[in-house]
Write a new protein. Structure first.
Length: 235
């Protein structure tokens, strides 16, 4: 599964949109550039790439990539203030990072499609909680996402076993990887020490993984069942 070094690239690819270039002269312009909508501001300097998650004029998370080091938090925001004026990239985000459309996500198994809808809905709830600084709800949403994915993955794996899907082991390894990542994110949120640090990375990873996994590996097994003429019934 691909991981992005820069979250602006991840969301631009995920959403199919390009950032616009904006000259920022001071921090007031940083606060107003997104006009109340959620967005990511990316500022490239000689030694560091800064990314700020903004909503309603407030920095919700800050991230800096300096060589192989990634730094987070309020220090990043203060560093950005010292770099202005500078040309930045602004990527305006939608109210829902993942938008369900049958033509984009269906695997042609009704019960699985319903479970995937719930995954997308839960992820968008997590995104909203993070924009609203509701750390308790964010943790609850992430924990529910973890529990629901475990249930959903078991459903898929039982189907693979029942019908002899040839890529079952490879698919299961993707499931295990995802659950481990979510558990790590949840531990950071639960500790209270890594919320700001993990939020941008977490959103990028979850959004990209869910979309790419459903449209890739999940659609592969859907196509295989259709090719084999198998009418799948959930167990």
């Amino acid at each position: 599964m691909r991981r992005f070094r820069y979250l602006t690239d991840a969301f631009a690819k995920l959403l199919g949109i390009e950032p616009r270039h904006v000259m920022l002269s001071d921090m007031r312009e940083v606060a107003n550039v997104c006009r109340g909508k959620p967005c990511i501001i990316r500022i490239d300097t000689a030694d560091t790439v800064y990314e700020l998650l903004m909503h309603e004029g407030v920095v919700k998370a800050a991230r800096g990539v300096r060589g192989e080091q990634i730094v987070f938090g309020e220090d990043v925001f203060r560093e950005v203030a010292r770099k202005l004026p500078v040309v930045s990239k602004v990527l305006v985000l939608p109210e829902r990072l993942l938008e369900w459309r049958d033509e984009d996500f269906t695997v042609y198994i009704r019960g699985i499609d319903m479970q995937h809808r719930q995954l997308v809905r839960t992820f968008n709830n997590l995104y909203r909680a993070m924009l609203e600084d509701d750390s308790r709800y964010a943790y609850e949403a992430l924990n529910f996402l973890r529990e629901y994915t475990v249930f959903h993955f078991k459903t898929e794996e039982k189907i693979f076993e029942k019908y002899g899907y040839p890529k079952a082991r490879e698919h299961q390894e993707q499931h295990m990887y995802f659950v481990k990542q979510v558990e790590d994110f949840a531990a950071r949120l639960r500790s209270g020490s890594g919320e700001a640090a993990s939020s941008l990375d977490m959103l990028g990873f979850l959004a990209y993984w869910i979309k790419v996994h459903i449209q890739g590996a999940d659609r592969d097994y859907g196509a295989w069942f259709r090719k084999e003429g198998i009418q799948v019934r959930l167990i």
